[in-house]
Design a binder for this molecule. Structure first.
Ligand code: DGJ
Length: 749
């Protein structure tokens, strides 16, 4: 029984596979936090876990109990203004102008499985027996508002999923100023906070800092989850490593402005809050209406970071991603962006496609530039009809020619944007995000459509649906290339202007949902100037995302490594591009570029017609090899072995292991060659210690325990001769090897 409810003390104990989460109703009727961590036994009373003492200079709630100061108590969803001075989980402005709320316990509801969140992305169950949900109903009687806190626990996973919903049961409007999805107080602050931060072209680099007094916070104010900070943070114990020690993860299933923070108070406790960014946000809650927050997936691992990541990978790829492509092997694609940019016509595309097909590519993706009059990035967004100068025979004809070549066909859209030079903008200048009387800042020469207005969403849906109906399109790359400025909507009331960023994201979700429903066969890949909206919210609609515009093999090591903290390998678009690389001008070998991109949803993004015969042969071999191994690469269990963020960052290594542990693929990458190097051993993970394996490129056999504990000595990059060493030695060298179970017949199986 994974949910224990003590009716007498009003204590709730939820157990996941290896975690426990305990909270209670306190004597003021609000919720107190008792414990979150490694699974503990249930007992009849946990009140000792909230032992309090009076402290000088505290404010307290009851005259006769100076120990009951909310500043001293661990809570579940705290408010401000009633003796707790830390940052609250929520704040509501009431019709009388006051900002004090008092939500007290009314009842609980036990739900089998996990309810969906209307209009929002969320993890789900396929069978009700997978999870239990407990909803705690609280009420502020003087304001006639109710608050429901939802907690879901999967029995075979190490996650606790939380969200909150406010309902106005009265007759007057209230204004929500802050509505985080989850808040939790830890009894100590002996943690490091890990975050995934960066910018365009260097997204999701791993950063860590020791917690110290005050608020440490990451956020987005840009209208998307952003390349600057991913909606994720982890709290690690100081000694925690990839494979040992405690770590807590907090991942927000949302694609807009968020805030994630840890506040360390004067008693060295740590309060984690996560939710929609309260900065520049408010929401008018009208009579009878409910405001539902997105959800936070809290995860726990006592076996280090890698285990935490595996928990997220498994949940997100099987119970967040949806549809036909969720479990399907993802096609090897060729995208024409870096091959042609805007300069193409049908003949050019078909010549690339033909050559690509010969190497084994399965899907041709036509990127930006096929619509309106788009010859550069200054025009035509919003005019989603084919450019008949470039493609006079139209998209249906191009798609069927691609199909005749034996290729699937995919198309790029940027549905949320409009160019000033476009028919749509000329007709509907009122449909962009704007503040009357203020000039509009520009990003990439474009404006952001007002997706908080359902009419705009309907129009874009109709345009996209027309294209998707008339041509045989199997894949859509949904791009989004600028952040919001001068945020306001001409379709909303004055009092609702601070609702725009959230309503915008709800509009994006609504459009995705309609398209997915109408075109269930389409594989969606999300994108935002590369990886500026690589978040769990997007994965609910698009099972893969363009990881970064930076396709340089060396840069990708850090980007893909950081991304793997939360996101499954099957979700990371990873392409081999031309050299010198278009982002950093670095020249790396075709082998190394592929060796990095293999650990992702693999493809190419270059002009194959310009490749030499030798390169085309290599490309063909790469694709054949990837196809043979892609189920394992995309859906295997992923282990990080050596971090590009540790030490000099010269070496990175990772691997994927099949579910039956019969096969594993290891990637080892070295940025700069070392003179007279030491004898390097690599200690792999996740194998069956009892199994006998063969390792590609090595003689003999090895047992799993040997490979994991004694390691394997890597071939030297330079052995003093001209001929020895790694095949691909020198700077930017890499090495991918396969470990396969050895059968009695002396063959690898
Ligand atoms: C930004 C994307 O990240 C690129 O892959 C490409 O699609 C361009 N936009 C096209 O404008």
């Amino acid at each position: 029984m994974p949910v224990f409810i003590n009716e007498e003390n009003l204590q709730f104990h939820l157990q996941g596979k290896e975690l426990s989460y305990v909270f209670n109703v306190m004597k003021n009727g609000q919720l107190g936090q008792l414990y979150f961590g490694k699974k503990i036994r249930n007992r009849s009373d946990f009140s000792h876990l909230s032992k309090k003492e009076a402290r000088v200079a505290s404010s307290y709630v009851f005259e006769d109990d100076p120990t009951f100061s909310l500043d001293l108590i661990k809570q579940e969803y705290p408010g401000y203004g009633t003796s707790d001075y830390r940052e609250p989980a929520f704040q509501i402005e009431h019709p009388d102008g006051s900002r004090i709320s008092n939500f007290t316990y009314q009842s609980y509801e036990l739900v089998k499985g996990k309810p969906r969140l209307s209009g929002l992305p969320a993890t789900y169950v396929e069978d009700e027996s997978e999870a239990d949900t407990i909803v705690i109903h609280l009420h502020d009687s003087s304001m006639n508002l109710s608050l429901s806190l939802m907690y879901s626990v999967y029995h075979e996973r190490n996650v606790m999923i939380r969200s909150a919903a406010f309902t106005n049961e009265g007759s007057r409007d209230h204004v929500i100023k802050r509505a985080h999805s989850a808040s939790i107080d830890f009894p100590d602050a002996d943690f490091s906070m890990m975050q995934l931060s960066g910018s365009w072209s260097r997204e999701r680099h791993v950063h860590e800092r020791r917690l110290s007094p005050g608020v440490q916070s990451i956020q987005s104010t840009r209208g998307t989850s952003s390349a600057q900070h991913n909606p994720f943070l982890a709290l690690k114990r100081p000694m925690t490593t990839e494979y040992a020690g405690e770590v807590y993860g907090f991942s927000f299933v949302y694609s807009g402005n968020f805030q994630a923070q840890v506040e360390v108070d004067h008693y060295e406790t740590a309060r984690v809050t996560m939710g929609i960014n309260p900065f520049d946000f408010s929401w008018v809650l009208r009579s009878g209406e409910t405001f539902q927050t997105p959800e936070v997936v809290m995860a726990y691992s006592e076996h280090g970071l890698n285990h935490l990541s595996q928990t997220y990978h498994d949940l997100y790829r099987s119970r967040l991603a949806r549809g036909k492509w969720r479990d399907a092997e993802r096609p090897v694609l060729l995208n024409n962006w870096e091959a042609t940019y805007f300069d193409f016509d049908e003949e050019k595309l078909l010549s690339i496609a033909k050559q690509a097909k010969e190497t084994g590519v399965e899907l041709f993706v036509l990127d930006d530039g096929w619509f309106g009059k788009r010859n550069d990035d200054r025009s035509s967004l919003g005019d989603w009809f084919v450019d008949s100068t470039k493609l006079p025979k139209g998209l249906p004809s191009l798609a069927s020619k691609m199909n005749d070549l034996g290729l699937m066909f995919g198309l790029w859209f940027e549905p949320e944007m409009v160019s000033e030079e476009s028919e749509l903008y000329k007709k509907h200048p009122e449909w962009v995000i704007q503040v009357p009387g203020r000039s509009k800042s520009i990003g990439r020469h474009q404006l952001v459509l007002d997706f908080s207005n359902p009419k705009v969403v309907d129009t874009i849906y109709e345009q996209m649906a027309t294209i998707l109906k008339e041509a045989n399109i199997d894949y859509v790359k949904w791009d989004m290339n600028r952040y919001m400025t001068e945020i306001g909507s001409l379709s909303l009331l004055k009092s609702q202007q601070a609702e725009v960023p959230h309503r915008y994201i709800l509009g994006v979700y609504a459009l995705y949902e309609r398209l997915i429903e109408a075109f269930p066969h389409v594989l969606f890949e999300s994108c935002a100037s590369g990886g500026a909206r690589f978040d769990p919210g997007m994965l609910y609609y698009a099972p893969q995302a363009w990881t970064s515009d930076d396709t340089d093999a060396v840069e990708r090591l850090s980007i893909q490594y950081g991304t793997s903290m939360v996101y499954p390998i099957s979700s990371m678009g990873a392409h081999v591009s031309a050299v010198p690389n278009h982002q950093v001008k670095r020249v790396t070998s075709l082998e190394t570029r592929a060796n990095v991109a293999y650990f992702g949803a693999f493809g190419y993004e270059l002009d194959v017609t310009k490749m030499s015969d030798a390169e085309l042969t290599t490309m063909t071999e790469q694709i054949n090899w990837y196809k043979e191994n892609r189920a394992l690469l995309q859906y295997g269990t992923f282990y990080r072995l050596i971090s590009p963020f540790d030490g000099k960052g010269n070496v990175t290594s990772w691997m994927s292991v099949s579910a039956d542990r019969k096969k594993a693929i290891v990637g080892y990458y070295q940025v700069l060659a070392e003179p007279n190097p030491s004898f390097k051993r690599l200690y792999v993970k996740g194998l069956d210690p009892e199994k006998e394996y063969e390792v590609s490129g090595y003689e003999g056999t090895y047992y799993g325990d040997e490979l994991m504990s004694a390691g394997i000595q890597l071939p030297g990059e330079y052995d003093g001769s001209q001929t020895g060493g790694l095949e691909e030695s020198g700077d930017f060298s890499s090495y991918v090897f396969v470990i396969s179970e050895h059968n009695d017949r002396g063959e690898a199986i």
